[in-house]
Design a protein around this ligand. Structure first.
Ligand code: AMP
Length: 508
C-alpha cells in the first residue's frame, strides 16, 4: 500500500496542503498556530539553519539577502532570460547562473540553492504538516501549478518533489483544481470561468463541468502578473517620492527595501477594505551628514488603483482572449469563480463584474480552493469506485512544436490543444546512411521558433542505413494530461524502436 495522496497548492506567496479524511470530508491542514496557508519563503540564518514558512518570514526584514520568496516565478527558467534580471531588481537575494543556466542563489557560507531546491523545501513543509496531522508518512501528492506553466516548469516541480522522496503523482492546473473544489460533488452541468489572480501569476480558464467530468475549453494567463506586481507598483511610487523629496535612492539599500516591500503589501491589503492608509517607516535611512530620515506618506486607494490600473486591464484582456478561444459567449457562462488572494482587490472585483455581468460564485474560498481541488482529485485517483472517479481533460496553454529548416515553428500541438493527446510525424532520411535525427522542440506562440521557450534538443539514433529518402522514421509526440511532453521514434517499416537522447534540456 503506497499510502494516501495529499493535495498541495504550491503558491508563489503561500502554499497549502489538503487531504480527504476517512469520513470523506476535505480538510485544509492547519499549520502551527492554526493558519492554513504557509508562506512560500525559504531562508538560511546566520548560523546556517534552514528556515521555511513563518520562521523564514519572521526574520526576512533583518536577513533580506538570505531570504528567498517568489521562487515559483523563476523555477524552470534560464538565468539569461530578461525578466529574471528584471525580477532581480526587486529581490534582495543575489541570483547567478548555475548548472544548465538554472537560476541559483547563494545564501551565505558558499551554500548555493536552485529555485528547484527552494521549492522542494516548501513542498517538504507541506508534506510534513500533512504527515504530522495524519500521523503517518506521506510519499505521494497531487501538486498544482499555474495553467500557464510550460513543460519545463512542470518538470521542475516534479523533480523538486522527487528530490525529497515525494512522488508528484499528478500535476494539475490551479484553475482546474479550483473548478473541482467548486463542482466535484455537486453533479453540475455548467460552464464556468475561473479568474485566478494569486501572488505571482494570473490564469484564466473556461471549463465545462458535466458531473465528474471536467473538460477545459480554453486557458490563458501570464506567469508574471500577480500580487507581487501590485506591491512593486507601490514600492516604485514610494522610492520615487523619497528620491524627489530627499535626493536619495533607497533601491540600493536591502534593509530599507525590505521594510518598504513588507509595508507595501500590508498597505495593499489594508486598502482593499479602507480608502486611505498611512505609509510610515521611521529612520529608513540617513543623510550623508547623519540625520535620520523617515518615510511619511498617506496612500489613498484611488492613487493605488490608478498606478495599478494597467495590471487589471491586462488580466481583462487575457480573460477576453480566453473566452474568445473557448468558443462561447460571455453570457453563456453559468458562473465565475474568483481564486487567489489578489482577487480581493476592489478594482479587480469591479472589472470582473463588468466583464462577466454577474457577481462571482460565493462558495469558493480564494485561498483554499486550489488545495481543496487538488485533494479531491488525489482522492479520486485512489478510489476503486468507478462513479467516484474524476475524468479530467485539460489543454496546453501554449503551442508545442519543432524548429523547421527555415527557423519557423512547426506546431505539433496548437495552443489550447486538449490533453492527453498524441501526434505523430514521419520523417524520411535526407542523406545516404543517415544514422540519427535531431530536432529542437519549443513551446510558445511565436512564429519564429527561437523566440519561444526551448524545451530540449532530442536525438533519435540507430537509424537503419540506406540511401537517402529510403528510411522512414515515425516520431510520436505524447502530451500527458499534466501538459508534459514525451517522445519516441521507430522505424516505420521495421517497427524497431529507436534510442532517444535528450541532448539539451532548456536553453543551450
Ligand atoms: P495567493 O497566491 O493566492 O496566496 O495570493 C496571495 C496574494 O494575494 C499576495 O500578493 C497578497 O498580497 C494578495 N492579497 C491577499 N489578501 C489581499 C487583499 N485583501 N487585498 C489585496 N491583495 C491581497
Amino acid at each position: 500500500m503506497s499510502g494516501q495522496i495529499i493535495g498541495i497548492d504550491l503558491g508563489t506567496t503561500n502554499s497549502c496542503a489538503a487531504i480527504v479524511e476517512d469520513d470523506g470530508n476535505v480538510k485544509v491542514i492547519p499549520y502551527r498556530g492554526g493558519e492554513t496557508t504557509i508562506p512560500s519563503i525559504f531562508a538560511v540564518d546566520d548560523k546556517g539553519n534552514e528556515l521555511v514558512g513563518y520562521e523564514a518570514k519572521r526574520q526576512w526584514l533583518l536577513n533580506p539577502k538570505r531570504t528567498v520568496y517568489g521562487a515559483k516565478r523563476l523555477i524552470g527558467r534560464d538565468y539569461q532570460e530578461g525578466f529574471v534580471r528584471k525580477m532581480g531588481e526587486y529581490f534582495a537575494y543575489d541570483m547567478k547562473p548555475g548548472q544548465q543556466n538554472n537560476v541559483t542563489i547563494e545564501l551565505g557560507q558558499g551554500r548555493e540553492f536552485t529555485l528547484q531546491d527552494v521549492s522542494s523545501r516548501i513542498l517538504n513543509v507541506c508534506r510534513t504538516v500533512a504527515s504530522d496531522y495524519l500521523k503517518r508518512p506521506i510519499t505521494r501528492a497531487v501538486v498544482t501549478v499555474p495553467a500557464y506553466f510550460n513543460d519545463r516548469q512542470r518538470q521542475a516541480v516534479k523533480e523538486a518533489g522527487d528530490s525529497i522522496g515525494l512522488e508528484v503523482v499528478r500535476i494539475i492546473n490551479e484553475p482546474t483544481a479550483a473548478a473541482m473544489a467548486y463542482g466535484i460533488r455537486r453533479n453540475l452541468n455548467q460552464t464556468v470561468a475561473i479568474y485566478d489572480l494569486g501572488g505571482g501569476t494570473f490564469d484564466m480558464s473556461v471549463i465545462d463541468i458535466r458531473g465528474r467530468t471536467f473538460e477545459v475549453r480554453a486557458t490563458g494567463g501570464d506567469i508574471f502578473l500577480g500580487g507581487i506586481d501590485w506591491d512593486n507598483a507601490l514600492i516604485h511610487y514610494v522610492i520615487d517620492d523619497f528620491k524627489a523629496k530627499h535626493g536619495i535612492d533607497l533601491s540600493g539599500d536591502p534593509i530599507a527595501m525590505q521594510r518598504i516591500k513588507d509595508l507595501a503589501e500590508r498597505t495593499k491589503i489594508d486598502l482593499s477594505s479602507r480608502t486611505e492608509a498611512p505609509f510610515s517607516i521611521p529612520f529608513v535611512t540617513m543623510t550623508p551628514e547623519g540625520t535620520p530620515l523617515d518615510i511619511n506618506l498617506v496612500v489613498s486607494r484611488k492613487l493605488y488603483e490608478d498606478i495599478t490600473a494597467p495590471l487589471v486591464k491586462r488580466t481583462i484582456e487575457i480573460a477576453e482572449m480566453v473566452i474568445k478561444d473557448s468558443g462561447i459567449q460571455v453570457h453563456q457562462l453559468d458562473e465565475v469563480l474568483l481564486v487567489g488572494g489578489q482577487t480581493r482587490w476592489p478594482a479587480v472585483q469591479r472589472a470582473v463584474l463588468e466583464l462577466f455581468g454577474k457577481p462571482p460564485a460565493k462558495s469558493v474560498h480564494p485561498d483554499e480552493a486550489v488545495a481543496v481541488g487538488a485533494a479531491l482529485y488525489a482522492h479520486s485517483l485512489e478510489t476503486d469506485v468507478q462513479e467516484h472517479k474524476v475524468q479530467l481533460l485539460d489543454v496546453i496553454p501554449m503551442a508545442i512544436g519543432i524548429e523547421r529548416a527555415d527557423g519557423d515553428l512547426h506546431e505539433i500541438f496548437k495552443r489550447n490543444a486538449s490533453v492527453p493527446n498524441q501526434k505523430s510525424m514521419v520523417f524520411t532520411t535526407s542523406y545516404d546512411d543517415q544514422s540519427e535525427l535531431t530536432m529542437r522542440i519549443y513551446q510558445g506562440d511565436q512564429k519564429e521558433a527561437r523566440k519561444n521557450e526551448l524545451l530540449g534538443e532530442f536525438e533519435f539514433s540507430g537509424i537503419r542505413r540506406g540511401p537517402k529518402g529510403s528510411v522512414r522514421v515515425e516520431v510520436v509526440f505524447d502530451c500527458s494530461v499534466e501538459g508534459i511532453l514525451t517522445m519516441s521514434a521507430r522505424d516505420k517499416d521495421t517497427n524497431k524502436e529507436m534510442k532517444t537522447t535528450v541532448k539539451v534540456r532548456g536553453a543551450a
